[in-house]
Design a protein around this ligand. Sequence first.
Ligand code: PLP
Length: 397
Amino acid sequence: MITPVMPTYARAPIAFDRGEGPFLYTEQGEKYLDFGAGVAVNSLGHAHPALVRALTEQAGKLWHTSNLYNIPGQEKLAQRLTALTFADTVFFNNSGAEAVECAIKMARKFHASQGHPEKFRLITFEGAFHGRTLATIAAGGQDKYLEGFGPKAEGFDQIPLGDLKAVEKAITDETAGILIEPVQGEGGIRVADAAFLRGLRKICDDRGLLLVLDEIQCGMGRTGKLFAHEWSGIEPDIMAVAKAIGGGFPLGACLATERAAAGMVAGTHGSTFGGNPLAMAVGNAVLDEMTADGFLDHVLEMAKLLRQRMARLVDENGDIFEELRGEGLMLGLKCRVPNTDVGAALMDQHLLTVGAGENVVRLLPPLTVTPDHIDDAMAKIEAACAALREKQTKGAA
Ligand SMILES: *Cc1c(COP(=O)(O)O)cnc(C)c1O
């Protein structure tokens, strides 16, 4: 018999009752160290006092008005995001997939508004993940998400990551732009290096294409800069943001230059909930924290520490781990044993992580972690390795 909650997830058999900073607690009071952060969402940890205050204060005043009226929180957050980034304008929505949908629509509309409606295709990359709507599963191009859902939405041409020649070859008269995650999250923490991103920027400039970034997972401070592309020195034309921008409250945003957004006039796009006052109160509070003096320096410091520790741990446990990858506080452990076994062994040690493609375990701690939390995580990973090894020996005997 089907469960009342539709069984689309392979959930771990555990539920949490409350959280504080990097810790989660079950109803029974068992404490877990959360290095998954709700898949890079709870970047300020759980129950951050400033976010709780912002949300509860707004909840007592006004929840929702619709986008039939001005929403001052949107104007404030958009003004701040445009001041901090390449962008001149922002569309607010509720999730990552919606932010990517907006980006796809905008890229197509740009060329249509230039008299080239035939330019609607986006070049995307193997291993990509852009969401679960019909268009974003087509953009991601993964068979496991496309299978059984009818014809794949038209307009996405997928090529290997890191191959500029393949990009050049894939461009046709119908190409509108290139869509890429600077660091692939679900795909297994695969980094698009700076030279590749600069190459894409140049190709877009030379060929009149739009560069569209999906920074839903790697953005909002995760790599030690507010956005991951800043490391390469390039700027996109359009960028999808979500996950950590709401710190756990559903919020997405699609940022763009004035030029790229040229076609997005009144009536072209919309959302009932997008940018509602609750989301805006939280989004502005998240940005207050992330732009505070020293916040990103702290991320860089913790990232350096975690990377050093993890590199040693991977060396010392070469029977279990093959490789350490990633940027900032977005690290991936490529495993030699099934990553699901490693994830389960870590959970037994009360450390939460997230699986990813290419047999990787993701470490996505809150950006507010301290050296003590990192020490704690290291001890838990060591213990999990020992347990896995013991299980293997027993299995072999
Ligand atoms: C999570 C994610 C999405 C989809 O976001 P949802 O909020 O689940 O719709 C899209 N792109 C990337 C890179 C993501 O990590």
